[in-house]
Design a protein around this ligand. Structure first.
Ligand code: UFG
Length: 342
């Protein structure tokens, strides 16, 4: 048995890919997930890929009694990756309390248990949303944070502050926050991927669902931004590459190679792509023509953001490897598999 890692939100999109990468290097993974935005079948799919079935406990992290019982049952946990959170930007504007309670209280419950059950290492899912629309690009880890654009984004900014303050007064605690840019794509096996409920908010699921005929037409939100072609620019990071960054972060904590007890890293490719470039690259890599139209800007969108990954490259020794072309193809292969398209 390898060293035991708890992955909260482990049946979710980024969580499931990370479980597979952890298992690939010998970690013994335990998942907690309430299945509020995923399904128990993901556990089967993970087992199909890795040949190892991760332990799975289904409950919500707001339930502190269940969380206590969990740590009494699993006494060997050395590190935690905390993915479990709500993430729909628009919904968070409608239901701020739901977001603040779920995302912040779950983190605090975990921190309580880490202290009580002597678990020292935490990797936290943060987001480039903490930078807002930065004044200078690319953004480094030291780019000043801006007010969050949404309650969702604010939960990530506040969580980082909670972690910073708790680390200061908890001598054994070590935390790495990974600030993801835009994760896309799916596992090359097409056995796990992103499965949004209802109409997708995010670009790539909307593209693949349009290509699959589930959505009639993709709307491109705005072509009058100050960018290469007028559409917004983002840093799209392959989900498997992103998952690997978590494995590196966990090893860094467990092996005590971190230089600070609270570190944070940008996890992106370092290159921006416009919405129109993503659409064109999708068409090239898959050979599928997309039905799309340009519509008005989406409120709350930042114009352009992409990462400076120098620190992640040099300090973590991590680098994005997969091209946008291959990543979009992997997203399409996943969509085709779940829709039964040949
Ligand atoms: N877009 C479209 N049409 C769509 C969907 C998206 O044109 O149907 C555009 C958006 O306007 C944006 C780009 O595609 O320019 C990317 O949009 P996403 O919704 O995929 O991603 P965002 O960059 O808006 O949001 C992501 C994460 C959030 C996080 C945010 C931080 O999904 O969790 O980055 O910047 F808060």
């Amino acid at each position: 048995m390898g060293r035991q890692v708890l992955v909260t939100g482990g049946t979710g999109y980024i969580g499931s890919h990370t479980v597979v990468e952890l298992q690939a290097v010998g970690f013994d993974v335990v998942i907690i997930d309430d299945l509020s935005n995923s399904s128990a079948e993901v556990v089967d799919q993970i087992e199909k890929i890795s040949g190892i079935r991760p332990a799975f406990e289904e409950f919500n992290l707001l339930d502190s009694e269940k969380l206590e019982a969990f740590f009494k049952k699993y006494t060997g946990i050395e590190a935690i990756i905390h993915f479990a959170a709500f993430k729909a930007v628009g919904e968070s504007v409608e239901k701020p309390l739901l977001y603040y309670r779920n995302n912040l209280v779950s983190l605090m419950n975990i921190l309580d248990c880490m202290s009580e059950y002597k678990v020292a290492n935490l990797v936290f899912s943060s987001s480039c949303t903490v930078y807002g629309q930065p004044d200078q690009l690319p953004v480094t880890e030291n780019t000043p944070k801006k007010d969050a654009e949404s309650p969702y984004g604010n939960t990530k900014a506040i969580s980082e502050e909670v972690l910073r303050d708790v680390v200061k007064v908890t001598p054994d605690l070590k935390v790495i926050a990974l600030r993801y840019f835009n994760p896309i794509g799916a596992h090359p096996s097409a056995l796990i991927g992103e499965l949004p409920r209802g109409v997708p908010n995010n670009l790539v699921p909307f593209i693949t669902q349009t290509a699959a005929g589930i959505r009639q037409q993709l709307s491109i939100f705005g072509d009058d931004y100050d960018t290469v072609d007028g559409s917004c620019v983002r840093d799209y990071i392959n989900v498997v590459d992103l998952a690997k960054a978590h494995v590196i972060a966990i090893n860094r904590l467990i092996n005590n190679t971190n230089s600070d007890r609270f570190e944070f890293f940008n996890i992106g490719t370092g290159t921006g792509a416009s919405v129109i470039e993503v659409v064109q690259t999708f068409e090239e890599s898959t050979g599928v023509k997309l039905n799309y139209k340009i519509v008005a800007r989406r409120p709350g969108d930042v114009e352009k953001i992409y990462a400076d990954t120098t620190i992640a490259n040099s300090v973590l020794g991590w680098k994005a490897e997969t091209s946008l072309y291959d990543t979009l193809l992997s997203a399409w292969n996943w969509e085709k598999r779940i829709r039964g398209i040949n």
